[in-house]
Design a protein around this ligand. Structure first.
Ligand code: MLT
Length: 327
Protein backbone atom coordinates (compact mmCIF):
# COMPACT_ATOMS: atom_id res chain seq x y z
CA UNK A 1 0.00 0.00 0.00
CA UNK A 2 2.89 2.30 0.92
CA UNK A 3 4.46 1.90 -2.55
CA UNK A 4 1.13 2.79 -4.20
CA UNK A 5 0.79 5.95 -2.05
CA UNK A 6 4.38 6.94 -2.85
CA UNK A 7 3.73 6.47 -6.59
CA UNK A 8 0.48 8.49 -6.28
CA UNK A 9 2.46 11.30 -4.60
CA UNK A 10 5.14 11.20 -7.30
CA UNK A 11 2.53 11.38 -10.08
CA UNK A 12 0.84 14.36 -8.46
CA UNK A 13 4.22 16.08 -8.04
CA UNK A 14 5.16 15.41 -11.68
CA UNK A 15 1.80 16.68 -12.87
CA UNK A 16 2.15 19.84 -10.78
CA UNK A 17 5.64 20.56 -12.14
CA UNK A 18 4.44 19.98 -15.71
CA UNK A 19 1.54 22.40 -15.16
CA UNK A 20 3.92 24.99 -13.65
CA UNK A 21 6.40 24.66 -16.60
CA UNK A 22 3.64 24.81 -19.22
CA UNK A 23 2.04 27.70 -17.27
CA UNK A 24 5.38 29.61 -17.43
CA UNK A 25 5.54 28.88 -21.14
CA UNK A 26 1.96 30.10 -21.53
CA UNK A 27 2.45 33.24 -19.40
CA UNK A 28 5.87 34.37 -20.72
CA UNK A 29 6.50 37.29 -20.81
CA UNK A 30 5.11 38.36 -17.44
CA UNK A 31 7.03 41.68 -17.17
CA UNK A 32 9.01 44.31 -19.11
CA UNK A 33 11.81 43.10 -21.38
CA UNK A 34 15.04 45.06 -21.89
CA UNK A 35 16.49 45.24 -25.41
CA UNK A 36 20.13 46.33 -25.26
CA UNK A 37 21.39 48.38 -28.21
CA UNK A 38 25.22 48.43 -28.12
CA UNK A 39 25.46 51.96 -29.56
CA UNK A 40 24.31 55.47 -28.61
CA UNK A 41 20.70 56.55 -28.86
CA UNK A 42 19.70 58.24 -32.10
CA UNK A 43 21.91 56.12 -34.37
CA UNK A 44 20.85 53.54 -36.98
CA UNK A 45 21.00 50.51 -34.68
CA UNK A 46 18.89 52.37 -32.12
CA UNK A 47 16.41 53.41 -34.84
CA UNK A 48 15.93 49.82 -36.02
CA UNK A 49 15.66 48.54 -32.45
CA UNK A 50 13.01 51.04 -31.35
CA UNK A 51 10.82 50.34 -34.39
CA UNK A 52 11.05 46.57 -33.88
CA UNK A 53 10.72 46.72 -30.07
CA UNK A 54 7.56 48.84 -30.25
CA UNK A 55 5.91 46.37 -32.60
CA UNK A 56 7.10 43.25 -30.74
CA UNK A 57 5.71 44.73 -27.50
CA UNK A 58 2.20 44.74 -29.02
CA UNK A 59 2.41 41.06 -29.90
CA UNK A 60 3.99 40.07 -26.59
CA UNK A 61 1.61 42.13 -24.45
CA UNK A 62 4.58 43.39 -22.45
CA UNK A 63 6.72 46.48 -23.02
CA UNK A 64 10.20 46.12 -24.50
CA UNK A 65 12.36 49.02 -23.34
CA UNK A 66 15.53 49.90 -25.27
CA UNK A 67 18.70 50.46 -23.24
CA UNK A 68 21.71 51.99 -25.03
CA UNK A 69 25.04 50.55 -23.88
CA UNK A 70 27.65 52.06 -26.21
CA UNK A 71 31.42 51.69 -26.44
CA UNK A 72 34.15 49.52 -27.96
CA UNK A 73 32.35 49.11 -31.29
CA UNK A 74 29.33 47.41 -29.73
CA UNK A 75 31.24 44.83 -27.68
CA UNK A 76 30.44 46.45 -24.30
CA UNK A 77 26.69 46.14 -24.91
CA UNK A 78 27.02 42.60 -26.26
CA UNK A 79 29.09 41.67 -23.20
CA UNK A 80 26.44 43.13 -20.91
CA UNK A 81 23.81 40.82 -22.43
CA UNK A 82 26.15 37.80 -22.43
CA UNK A 83 26.51 38.21 -18.66
CA UNK A 84 22.84 38.98 -17.91
CA UNK A 85 20.33 36.53 -16.38
CA UNK A 86 19.15 34.04 -19.04
CA UNK A 87 15.51 34.50 -17.94
CA UNK A 88 14.06 35.83 -21.20
CA UNK A 89 13.89 39.43 -19.99
CA UNK A 90 17.13 40.72 -21.53
CA UNK A 91 17.85 40.62 -25.27
CA UNK A 92 20.42 42.21 -27.60
CA UNK A 93 19.84 43.78 -31.00
CA UNK A 94 23.19 43.97 -32.81
CA UNK A 95 24.48 43.89 -36.35
CA UNK A 96 27.41 42.64 -38.46
CA UNK A 97 29.71 43.91 -35.72
CA UNK A 98 28.81 40.77 -33.75
CA UNK A 99 30.73 38.80 -36.41
CA UNK A 100 33.66 41.16 -37.11
CA UNK A 101 34.34 41.79 -33.39
CA UNK A 102 34.85 38.05 -32.87
CA UNK A 103 38.15 38.48 -34.75
CA UNK A 104 38.91 42.19 -34.20
CA UNK A 105 38.84 41.80 -30.39
CA UNK A 106 41.31 39.12 -29.30
CA UNK A 107 40.43 39.59 -25.59
CA UNK A 108 36.64 39.70 -25.96
CA UNK A 109 34.76 39.35 -22.63
CA UNK A 110 32.46 36.70 -24.16
CA UNK A 111 32.66 33.72 -26.56
CA UNK A 112 30.61 35.01 -29.50
CA UNK A 113 29.43 31.59 -30.71
CA UNK A 114 28.64 30.16 -27.26
CA UNK A 115 27.37 33.04 -25.14
CA UNK A 116 24.03 33.64 -26.85
CA UNK A 117 20.78 32.07 -27.92
CA UNK A 118 19.55 33.14 -31.34
CA UNK A 119 16.16 34.81 -31.87
CA UNK A 120 16.29 35.85 -35.53
CA UNK A 121 17.49 38.20 -38.28
CA UNK A 122 15.84 41.64 -38.52
CA UNK A 123 17.02 43.53 -41.62
CA UNK A 124 20.04 44.13 -43.87
CA UNK A 125 20.76 47.85 -44.23
CA UNK A 126 22.79 49.43 -47.06
CA UNK A 127 25.63 51.85 -46.32
CA UNK A 128 25.97 55.36 -47.73
CA UNK A 129 29.18 57.31 -48.25
CA UNK A 130 28.33 60.80 -47.01
CA UNK A 131 30.14 64.05 -46.24
CA UNK A 132 29.64 67.44 -44.63
CA UNK A 133 27.60 69.45 -47.09
CA UNK A 134 30.33 72.01 -47.92
CA UNK A 135 32.98 69.42 -48.90
CA UNK A 136 34.04 70.42 -52.42
CA UNK A 137 33.86 67.15 -54.46
CA UNK A 138 30.54 66.59 -56.24
CA UNK A 139 30.87 62.84 -57.00
CA UNK A 140 32.68 59.75 -55.68
CA UNK A 141 35.50 60.01 -58.22
CA UNK A 142 36.05 63.63 -57.15
CA UNK A 143 36.02 62.57 -53.48
CA UNK A 144 38.66 59.91 -54.13
CA UNK A 145 40.88 62.46 -55.95
CA UNK A 146 40.33 64.93 -53.07
CA UNK A 147 41.31 62.31 -50.44
CA UNK A 148 44.44 61.38 -52.38
CA UNK A 149 45.40 65.07 -52.73
CA UNK A 150 44.87 65.67 -48.99
CA UNK A 151 46.59 62.58 -47.58
CA UNK A 152 46.23 62.18 -43.79
CA UNK A 153 44.04 65.32 -43.57
CA UNK A 154 40.54 64.06 -44.43
CA UNK A 155 38.68 62.84 -41.31
CA UNK A 156 36.26 59.89 -41.29
CA UNK A 157 33.83 59.30 -38.39
CA UNK A 158 32.88 55.85 -37.11
CA UNK A 159 31.32 54.17 -34.07
CA UNK A 160 34.47 52.44 -32.91
CA UNK A 161 36.43 49.36 -34.02
CA UNK A 162 33.92 46.63 -34.88
CA UNK A 163 31.16 49.05 -35.84
CA UNK A 164 29.57 48.89 -39.30
CA UNK A 165 30.87 52.39 -40.02
CA UNK A 166 34.38 51.22 -39.06
CA UNK A 167 34.13 48.20 -41.37
CA UNK A 168 32.80 50.32 -44.25
CA UNK A 169 35.47 52.97 -43.68
CA UNK A 170 38.18 50.29 -43.75
CA UNK A 171 36.74 48.89 -47.00
CA UNK A 172 36.70 52.38 -48.53
CA UNK A 173 40.30 53.10 -47.51
CA UNK A 174 41.47 49.78 -48.94
CA UNK A 175 39.46 50.30 -52.15
CA UNK A 176 41.11 53.70 -52.75
CA UNK A 177 44.45 52.58 -51.24
CA UNK A 178 44.61 55.79 -49.20
CA UNK A 179 44.38 56.27 -45.41
CA UNK A 180 41.95 58.65 -43.68
CA UNK A 181 42.12 60.15 -40.19
CA UNK A 182 39.64 58.11 -38.10
CA UNK A 183 37.44 59.88 -35.50
CA UNK A 184 35.63 57.31 -33.26
CA UNK A 185 32.30 57.94 -31.47
CA UNK A 186 30.04 55.76 -29.28
CA UNK A 187 27.58 55.67 -32.14
CA UNK A 188 26.94 57.31 -35.50
CA UNK A 189 24.11 59.27 -33.93
CA UNK A 190 26.61 61.61 -32.22
CA UNK A 191 28.93 61.30 -35.25
CA UNK A 192 26.13 62.65 -37.46
CA UNK A 193 25.85 65.70 -35.20
CA UNK A 194 29.50 66.51 -35.91
CA UNK A 195 29.12 65.82 -39.64
CA UNK A 196 26.17 68.22 -39.77
CA UNK A 197 28.27 70.77 -37.86
CA UNK A 198 31.24 70.33 -40.20
CA UNK A 199 33.53 69.04 -37.41
CA UNK A 200 34.26 65.84 -39.36
CA UNK A 201 34.58 65.40 -43.13
CA UNK A 202 33.06 62.08 -44.21
CA UNK A 203 31.37 58.96 -42.89
CA UNK A 204 30.27 55.61 -44.23
CA UNK A 205 27.00 55.07 -42.39
CA UNK A 206 23.81 53.11 -42.69
CA UNK A 207 20.95 54.55 -44.74
CA UNK A 208 18.77 54.24 -41.62
CA UNK A 209 20.78 57.14 -40.20
CA UNK A 210 21.58 59.19 -43.30
CA UNK A 211 18.48 59.14 -45.55
CA UNK A 212 16.68 61.98 -43.79
CA UNK A 213 19.75 64.25 -43.88
CA UNK A 214 20.53 63.37 -47.52
CA UNK A 215 16.96 64.16 -48.61
CA UNK A 216 17.06 67.33 -46.51
CA UNK A 217 20.29 68.49 -48.19
CA UNK A 218 22.08 68.89 -44.84
CA UNK A 219 24.79 66.37 -45.83
CA UNK A 220 26.25 65.31 -49.17
CA UNK A 221 25.81 61.73 -50.47
CA UNK A 222 28.32 60.21 -52.89
CA UNK A 223 27.28 56.56 -53.17
CA UNK A 224 25.31 53.67 -51.72
CA UNK A 225 26.99 50.28 -51.15
CA UNK A 226 23.98 48.25 -52.34
CA UNK A 227 23.93 46.38 -55.67
CA UNK A 228 21.17 48.69 -56.97
CA UNK A 229 20.17 52.29 -56.21
CA UNK A 230 17.78 52.71 -53.26
CA UNK A 231 14.16 53.62 -54.17
CA UNK A 232 14.23 56.26 -51.43
CA UNK A 233 17.52 57.75 -52.80
CA UNK A 234 17.16 57.39 -56.60
CA UNK A 235 19.72 60.13 -57.35
CA UNK A 236 22.53 58.56 -55.31
CA UNK A 237 24.62 56.25 -57.49
CA UNK A 238 25.92 52.89 -56.33
CA UNK A 239 29.64 52.53 -55.58
CA UNK A 240 29.76 50.12 -58.52
CA UNK A 241 28.41 52.78 -60.92
CA UNK A 242 31.04 55.16 -59.53
CA UNK A 243 34.00 52.92 -60.32
CA UNK A 244 34.19 50.73 -57.16
CA UNK A 245 32.32 47.53 -58.20
CA UNK A 246 33.76 45.45 -55.36
CA UNK A 247 32.59 47.96 -52.76
CA UNK A 248 29.32 46.30 -51.70
CA UNK A 249 28.35 45.74 -48.07
CA UNK A 250 25.04 45.20 -46.28
CA UNK A 251 24.66 45.57 -42.51
CA UNK A 252 22.59 42.65 -41.27
CA UNK A 253 21.01 42.89 -37.80
CA UNK A 254 19.93 40.14 -35.40
CA UNK A 255 18.28 39.68 -32.01
CA UNK A 256 20.03 37.51 -29.40
CA UNK A 257 19.42 36.39 -25.80
CA UNK A 258 21.95 35.18 -23.24
CA UNK A 259 22.89 31.48 -23.39
CA UNK A 260 20.54 29.42 -21.25
CA UNK A 261 17.43 31.52 -21.93
CA UNK A 262 14.49 29.02 -21.83
CA UNK A 263 13.60 27.66 -25.27
CA UNK A 264 9.94 28.68 -24.78
CA UNK A 265 11.02 32.29 -24.28
CA UNK A 266 13.31 32.23 -27.33
CA UNK A 267 10.53 30.73 -29.48
CA UNK A 268 8.01 33.32 -28.23
CA UNK A 269 10.44 36.18 -28.93
CA UNK A 270 11.12 34.83 -32.41
CA UNK A 271 7.39 34.63 -33.17
CA UNK A 272 6.92 38.23 -31.97
CA UNK A 273 9.86 39.32 -34.16
CA UNK A 274 8.30 37.63 -37.19
CA UNK A 275 5.01 39.44 -36.51
CA UNK A 276 6.81 42.77 -36.09
CA UNK A 277 8.64 42.41 -39.40
CA UNK A 278 5.27 42.12 -41.15
CA UNK A 279 3.81 45.11 -39.25
CA UNK A 280 2.80 47.64 -41.98
CA UNK A 281 4.25 50.49 -39.89
CA UNK A 282 7.63 48.75 -39.56
CA UNK A 283 7.66 47.92 -43.28
CA UNK A 284 6.80 51.51 -44.21
CA UNK A 285 9.33 53.10 -41.84
CA UNK A 286 12.07 50.70 -42.99
CA UNK A 287 11.31 51.66 -46.61
CA UNK A 288 11.56 55.38 -45.78
CA UNK A 289 14.97 54.62 -44.27
CA UNK A 290 16.24 52.66 -47.27
CA UNK A 291 15.86 49.11 -46.00
CA UNK A 292 13.46 46.16 -45.87
CA UNK A 293 12.63 43.64 -43.11
CA UNK A 294 14.18 40.18 -43.19
CA UNK A 295 11.92 37.42 -44.56
CA UNK A 296 9.88 35.42 -42.02
CA UNK A 297 12.09 32.39 -42.66
CA UNK A 298 15.15 34.48 -41.77
CA UNK A 299 13.64 35.85 -38.55
CA UNK A 300 14.38 32.47 -36.96
CA UNK A 301 17.03 31.13 -34.57
CA UNK A 302 18.46 28.76 -37.20
CA UNK A 303 18.84 31.50 -39.82
CA UNK A 304 20.58 33.88 -37.41
CA UNK A 305 22.92 31.13 -36.16
CA UNK A 306 23.88 30.23 -39.72
CA UNK A 307 24.38 33.91 -40.65
CA UNK A 308 26.62 34.63 -37.65
CA UNK A 309 28.73 31.50 -38.17
CA UNK A 310 29.11 32.24 -41.89
CA UNK A 311 29.99 35.90 -41.36
CA UNK A 312 32.61 35.14 -38.69
CA UNK A 313 34.21 32.70 -41.14
CA UNK A 314 34.00 35.26 -44.00
CA UNK A 315 35.53 38.25 -42.16
CA UNK A 316 38.16 36.39 -40.10
CA UNK A 317 40.70 36.02 -42.98
CA UNK A 318 39.98 39.54 -44.24
CA UNK A 319 40.68 41.04 -40.80
CA UNK A 320 43.70 38.80 -40.17
CA UNK A 321 45.27 39.75 -43.53
CA UNK A 322 44.80 43.46 -42.67
CA UNK A 323 46.48 42.71 -39.34
CA UNK A 324 44.63 45.49 -37.53
CA UNK A 325 43.00 44.52 -34.22
CA UNK A 326 41.21 46.40 -31.47
CA UNK A 327 43.35 44.87 -28.68
C1 MLT B 1 27.68 51.38 -36.67
O1 MLT B 1 28.46 52.12 -37.27
O2 MLT B 1 27.90 50.22 -36.33
C2 MLT B 1 26.36 51.93 -36.28
O3 MLT B 1 26.02 52.96 -37.15
C3 MLT B 1 26.50 52.43 -34.90
C4 MLT B 1 25.22 53.05 -34.40
O4 MLT B 1 24.15 52.44 -34.57
O5 MLT B 1 25.32 54.13 -33.85
Amino acid sequence: MKIFKAMLGMTALAAASLISVSANAQTYPERTITMVVPFSAGGPTDTVARLVAESMSKDLGQQIIVENVGGAGGTLGAGRVAQSDPDGYTVLLHHIGMATSATLYRKLAYDTLNAFEYVGLVTEVPMTIVARKDLEPTDLKGLIDYVKANKDKVTVANAGIGAASHLCGMMFMSAIETPLVTVPYKGTGPAMTDLLGGQVDIMCDQSTNTTKQILGGTIKAYAVTSAARLPVLPDVPTAAESGLPEFQVGIWHGVYAPKGTPAEAVERLSKALQVALKDPNVVARFAELGTVPSAETDATPAALKAKLEGEIARWKPVIESAGQYAD
